[in-house]
Structures are given as structure tokens and as C-alpha cells.
Design a protein around this ligand. Sequence first.
Ligand code: AMP
Length: 281
Amino acid sequence: MKIITRIEDLQNELAPLRNEGKQIGFVPTMGYLHEGHEKLLSEARRNNDVIVLSIFVNPLQFGANEDLDKYPRDMDRDEQVAKNHDVDFIFFPTVQEMYPEEPSVTVKVMKRTNVLCGTSRPGHFDGVATVLTKLFNIVHPDRAYFGLKDAQQVAVVEGLVSDLNIPVEIVRVEIVREEDGLAKSSRNVYLLEEERQEAKELNASLQLAKTSIQDGERNPEIIRKLMTEYLTKATNGKIDYIEIYSYPSLEPIKELQGQCIIALAVAFKSARLIDNIIFTI
Ligand code: AMP
């Protein structure tokens, strides 16, 4: 496994492999790897010859009052996790390497961003789309792996590669959860003990919705109300949103039909958590 910090060095390593016809699988992350990231790596390993893992905490996707400076990092551990998954290259650039000067071009996402996390994180998805466009152009992967934990990100990325004709297959990977149902996240380390206990209620509220849908409920408003009541009682966190849309277009629906998403964000004092379920009716 090689750890590469310079764009040109990575391109020089990958070009001959690509010419030999090797399939390249790409897993972009911000590091502090956990089992969610590991699932992406295993999927990538199964279906590609060469695996590139990027670790880059992208300043462009953080708002002014967000956790850019305190985002958890542990490169030694990440290296070990990557080795265990037989990663070929870790791309670990500095901010200076990725953005040597004020960008002259960025990507602006026009759809799928005025809902869910897009509302409370203005500019976030533009930052994600911009860095991914750069990374796709640097790595030229055959496939790139994204977790449905960040379902809105998956929807935005699918729109990005489709609209800009970026020749990469986007592979959706299911959410990996803790035993009590909490979706794994690098930010879970911020949670105080009491908040960690309550954090499982996010998934519990989604399961409640699922049961209600299985029992025949099709009205998004009734499901939202059910979840809001449940979460208000079960946690001290502030509900940022509970929303229901078609997926991946993220358009409002009057009745559950086709592929849909129920997504929520709850802000605890120490961290804001997101979760979702996607299902087809
Ligand atoms: P991050 O390092 O948080 O930017 O995440 C990198 C990738 O890992 C993204 O595609 C995430 O959706 C994915 N990911 C993070 N947590 C999970 C999880 N619990 N299950 C599946 N994928 C995840």
C-alpha cells in the first residue's frame, strides 16, 4: 500500500495500471475510518483490481460555524484499517495541494439541495460536488462507492456524474449501524454518554415509520407526525427536520409511491446526527 500526497504522483501511479486494463475502485472519505467506511472498502475490493481510498477533510464543504477544525483525525489508525482492506493507494493530499489558490471555478448544484441538509448547510453540496469533480478527474475511477448514510449526497453525486457526463459508475452502499441501530459516523465520538443513549432513537423512529407503512399508511404527513411525536418524547435533541421525498430526485410527494426516502436530522448539544431509510412501494 502506498500513501500519496501529491496529485501528480497518484496520476503517474494510476496511468500504467489503467493502460493495462485494470479496473479502479475509488472510496472518497474524510478519514477517521469506521465500519461504514470499511463496508465501502470491502465492496470496492470485491469488484475492482485497484483500490484508491482518499482521505481529505474538504474545507469547501464546511460552513463557517461547523466543525472543520475539530473534525476527528487519526491517520495511523486509518492506515491500518486501509491495509486490512488491501487498499492499494491512500490519497492524502493537503489543502494546499487540492486548492493551491482561490478556485477560479467551482461546481454549483442546482437541484436536490434545497431540502434536507441542503437547507441548514448552504453551500455544502457545492463544496462536495467541487471536490468530487476534482477527485474523479484525478483518479479516473471505473467505480466510486458512496454510503446511503449520506443519502442526499448520493442523490447529488448521481446528478453530478449524469449531468456532467463523468464516466464513473456510482455504487450505493447500505448504511452500517451500531448494534442498537445508530448509524455509524465519525462524528459519533462527539456524543456525551446520555446523548449516545438517546441517539438510537433516530433509527427507532424510522423503524416506527416503516411498520406504519407496512401496515398500509401512505400519507407522508401522518408518518412525519408519528415520528415527531416519538422523537420529541424519546430524546432531548432538537429535531432539525423529518422529511419525506421521492428518491433520488428529492421531490415532495403527497402519497408514498415508487422509491421514497424518509430522512431526519436531530441536533444534540454535542453533535448533529442524520439518518434515513429508503424503500420502494
Ligand atoms: P465521510 O468520511 O463521513 O465523508 O464518509 C465517507 C463515505 O463513507 C461516504 O460515502 C459516507 O456516506 C460513507 N459512510 C459514512 N458512514 C457510513 C455508514 N454508517 N454506513 C455506510 N456508509 C457510510
